[in-house]
Design a protein around this ligand. Structure first.
Ligand code: ATP
Ligand code: MG
Length: 172
């Protein structure tokens, strides 16, 4: 049987309900989803607090009960856009379509003659990694913006405390 596979990439800092809504939509159109965890080498930064392994955990637990067949794979940055599509396809299961709203991702795959679809945005002002990290830093509520399983992973690794510690300065 021919499996239809899609590719979806993000940094997932953290994996939130907007990502999950997009994946549920994609799963209706293909058999399996290859999820690229971008900037995989980054962690412990204000814009990228979680490790690749922690992001794998978030996705595994969030999608565990949803029946979305997927492979979540860390993808490290390569600072050479001309070879990025080949770099990605060399380390992922084969896919025939890409879902993205990121202009660079769209441009690079289109130039490589890969079909690209732009999924709709779900309540982008709330469901945004930037918004969630900002709430964590300020000690505001953020758990309603991620699935309970993702909230558990973030709690397990003390994610909000980590962000607040990263924001401190050693200058007087
Ligand atoms: P950040 O603010 O850190 O960039 P983000 O919410 O944009 O976080 P990414 O990991 O950058 O999350 O996003 C991965 C992909 O998911 C991107 O293509 C982005 O456009 C898309 N995306 C993010 N939020 C939503 C949303 N609410 N609805 C649909 N797609 C989303
Ligand atoms: Mg983004």
């Amino acid at each position: 049987m021919h499996m239809r596979r899609a590719f979806y990439i993000g940094r997932f800092q953290p994996f939130h309900l907007g990502h999950q809504a997009v994946l549920e939509m994609i799963a209706k159109e293909v058999d399996e989803v290859v999820i690229g965890i971008g900037s995989a080498q980054r962690s412990h930064e204000l814009t990228d607090p979680f490790t690749a392994g922690e992001r794998v955990m978030m996705i595994r637990h969030a999608l565990g009960n949803s029946g979305i067949p997927h492979y979540a794979m860390p993808i490290e940055d390569i600072k050479q856009n001309t070879v990025w599509v080949a770099y990605v396809t060399a380390r992922t299961p084969p896919f025939e379509i890409v879902y993205s709203n990121n202009p660079l991702v769209i441009q690079l795959f289109k130039e490589a003659n890969v079909k690209v679809k732009q999924p709709p945005m779900y309540l982008r002002s709330q469901y945004s990694g930037t918004e969630i990290r900002s709430r964590m830093l300020k000690g505001e509520d953020w758990k309603h913006l991620v699935s309970p399983e993702v909230a558990d992973v973030i709690e397990e690794v003390n994610g909000a405390d980590r962000l607040r510690n990263l924001a401190m300065s050693d200058d007087p």
